[in-house]
Design a protein around this ligand. Sequence first.
Ligand code: NAD
Ligand code: TYD
Length: 365
Amino acid sequence: METWLVTGGAGFIGANFVLLARQKQWANIVNLDKLTYAGNLQTLQSLRHDRGHHFIQGDIGNRELVKYILEQFAVTKIINFAAESHVDRSILAPDSFIQTNIVGTFHLLEVAKNYWQHLPPPAQANFRFLHVSTDEVYGSLSLTDPPFTETTPYAPNSPYSASKAAADHLVRSFHHTYQLPTLTTNCSNNYGPYQFPEKLIPLTILNAYENKPIPVYGKGENIRDWLYVTDHCTALYQVLTQGTPGETYNIGGESEKPNLEVVTTICSILDEIAPQATPRQSLITFVKDRPGHDLRYAINCNKIKTQLGWQPQENFTSGIRKTIEWYLHNLDWVNSVRSGAYRQWLQQNYGDRGASEPRPTQKHL
Ligand code: NAD
Ligand code: TYD
């Protein structure tokens, strides 16, 4: 069986990918993760006796360590999830985004290139470097624009998306200049098990469940295209095993929703699963908008569907219910990730936003 290096495999999507890869026996996995606030070994607990999974704490920018891993484990494929991933944090403190997303990816590419150049020809032909990126590199759509395709020009608007765009360009250049067999994927907003509760969906589920205010930026009119994380992982597998080196592939859930609809849907499902006297929609609180908030993202994923035969298995209705049920059944995991640092973040991000409007009444919803 091949051994793949997964970076950022203790984070949300990376861990889902590692768990699925081991369950489906896609490959043995070496998992390199720095364990920032977003990385959590609790997520990987079920693999603690799995001899096909090796966890190594470290930075993708540590060239010596990455070289050692590639050689020691005879790695055949790299899947780069490691990143700083939260837009709001990139607005308040962009430095680590530049460091990990751009400089870290550059170091990883350099080491991968040197390793790949010294492989024997058949192993060279089989090697892949898959870089996991975001649709946010394409900028913001108006309500009537067609969804992003692989040829939509890059126009990143936040320090996060700019750092991911820079990394995508480096990946592209390593293919064009050195013929490193790279693949890049640009996916829409993911949701599902093990997502850190700083992002909209898990934050809303937990706040609604615990009867805390649910913060909605601006008027809640911003639109995202929601992709269930397992569908994302199966798409990555298709790209990794069937994709053409040098190509980029868009991955989306074909589930565009305004934020307010996402939040009200979660409230209604929770009211049904765990009924209480006051409907949870009364917890919705409109707060000061995110600076430079992109209005709409939407993905055209015809390329991966037609060329690689991928198809999402979940729609938003099925995926959001599964996700809510997962969080309610895994409150131990939730408590383990809500450290002191998490509480500090809530204060930093929401402390001075205030409520910009009164809570909505039923008619707003
Ligand atoms: P996450 O923040 O949950 O996890 C990131 C992981 O990377 C963490 O485990 C963290 O410890 C690790 N990490 C950070 N810096 C590192 C470094 N220098 N070296 C090694 N490990 C490091 O992120 P996620 O939501 O799982 O996203 C994974 C990837 O997918 C990211 O590249 C992100 O840009 C991309 N993406 C995410 C979404 C989404 O909706 N979550 C959407 C599109 C693209
Ligand atoms: P988020 O989950 O942070 O993902 P991204 O910014 O990468 O799209 O946010 C999703 C949407 O939800 C985005 O439009 C911002 C909005 N949002 C809120 O309204 N309230 C919140 O507390 C958060 C975290 C996000």
